[in-house]
Design a protein around this ligand. Structure first.
Ligand SMILES: C[S@@+](CC[C@H](N)C(=O)[O-])C[C@H]1O[C@@H](n2cnc3c(N)ncnc32)[C@H](O)[C@@H]1O
Length: 411
């Protein structure tokens, strides 16, 4: 049955939302102010499928990608740039409001730069029994076969062909595969998952793909299959040897902008702790000015950071492997630092935030990819006497419903 709805607002996942007596109705692809024709979505009583925009918004623009709406990678390509940026900023403003926090939120800093430097291609057999290579479809387990993705860096131009070649080489296994491709300073770094253990014949077939496609390194679940050049990334003055599938900020510019904000917020601090440091994009730049204590629970990331820390001219970087969820740095340990940076995964760092709240660290810099857990953790710090001085949203996930945050807190 076809219904007509008027859309009130854009939700945090980029869906148009129509408010009704029975609650919110979500319509992907619809914009605030629009009158739309929709139909029911089986199994989702609060969701409708967009059939037709009857009265379009003046803010509506043509999406840049033919796969938009089907591919699950992008949520909002159909909104004018200014309104798109306002929506992203509002994700942060609204999360702070819900947590009862007041803070000046800056305009969104665009950090798309040359595009995303990592993509995960899925290899799946379609319902028509055809093997497809592409991205996950929106709200489904299907794969959208693509030939090009306009949000990726041009350094990943050959990545899809390489993923197809890997899918062909492993066709005898007939297994769903996930192929993560990262653009590094020496070429493509590919980590393959889902194949299970490989025979010598399949390893040889993959090594041949790596050679033909000039792949710098090919691994399966981090285990080496072919190495032509050891993948590295330049971070500040240092060159980091990249562990397979290590965490990486989505764009090179995103990493540089987040690090610039972090370094500027730590200016003048004599000692800095970098918690959830990963391979060290912040630590390595902070160490151009002050000694850094870097903590993470990823052994391979810390070993890579340790090697990069030997770069001449950097102040010492000490690394500590520690589970900061179970064993956060205690207030007494934190008090030795003049600034503390923490950049946890999406679930935030509640236990660490509680210890920070008890500490006397004069400056805390919170970096986050999740406005909800950021606001919760910042609330802990504010409860412990910190003031939220500045909050900057950073957009390195252009068109997606993600936003990064760098916040400065002082006591
Ligand atoms: C969002 S990433 C940030 C990494 C780094 N700051 C960067 O910008 O590349 C989160 C980091 O938290 C680390 N991590 C996840 N769970 C952890 C835990 N329980 N204890 C310590 N570190 C953890 C991950 O290994 C990852 O390096």
């Amino acid at each position: 049955m076809v219904e007509r709805l008027v859309i009130d607002r854009l939700g945090h996942r980029g869906d148009g939302i129509a408010g009704g007596a029975a609650g919110a109705i979500y319509v992907s692809g619809a914009l605030p102010g629009e009158t739309v024709e929709v139909e029911a979505v089986a199994g989702h009583p609060d969701r409708r499928h967009l059939i037709r925009v009857e009265v379009p918004s003046a803010e509506r623009i043509a999406p840049i990608c033919p796969h938009f709406g089907v591919c699950g990678g992008c949520a909002v390509q159909h909104l004018r740039a200014e309104s798109y940026r306002a929506w992203k900023r509002d994700l942060v403003v609204e999360a702070l409001r819900q947590a009862g926090l007041e803070a000046p939120v800056a305009a969104v800093l665009d950090a798309h730069g040359g595009g995303r430097r990592r993509a995960v291609f899925h290899v799946r057999r379609s319902t028509h029994n055809v093997v497809e290579v592409g991205f996950a479809a929106a709200r489904s387990h299907h794969v959208v076969a693509i030939d090009h993705c306009p949000i990726l860096t041009s350094k990943l131009d050959g990545a899809l062909k390489t993923a197809w070649a890997i899918a062909d080489a492993l066709a005898p296994l007939d297994k769903p595969l996930d192929i993560q491709v990262t653009a590094t300073d020496v070429g493509l770094d590919v980590d393959l998952r889902g194949s299970g253990p490989l025979t010598a014949l399949l390893v040889a077939a993959l090594a041949s793909v790596a050679q033909r496609h000039d792949v710098a390194r090919l691994t399966r679940h981090g285990e080496l299959i072919a190495l032509r050049r050891a993948p590295t990334l330049r971070m500040g003055k240092a060159t980091v040897p990249l562990p397979p599938a290590a965490f990486l900020q989505a764009t090179a510019l995103g990493e540089a902008e987040l690090a610039r904000l972090v370094v500027s917020a730590c200016a003048g601090a004599g000692t800095v702790a970098d918690l959830f440091a990963g391979i060290g994009p912040f630590a390595l730049r902070l160490a151009e000015h002050a000694p850094v204590h870097a903590v993470d629970n990823d052994e391979a990331a810390l070993r890579a950071l340790e090697r990069a820390a030997a770069t001449p001219g950097l102040k010492p970087i000490g690394v500590e492997r520690r589970d900061l969820f179970r064993r956060p740095l205690r207030a007494a340990e934190l008090d030795g630092f003049e600034a503390v940076v923490f950049d946890p995964p999406r679930q935030g760092a509640l236990a660490q935030a509680r210890e920070l709240a008890l500490s006397d660290v004069p400056r805390v810099i919170a970096v986050s990819c999740n406005p909800g857990t950021f606001a919760r953790d910042a609330g802990e710090l504010v409860g412990g006497g910190y003031r939220l001085i500045a909050v900057t949203p950073v957009d390195q996930f252009r068109y997606a419903a993600h936003v990064e945050i760098v916040a400065r807190l002082e006591k």
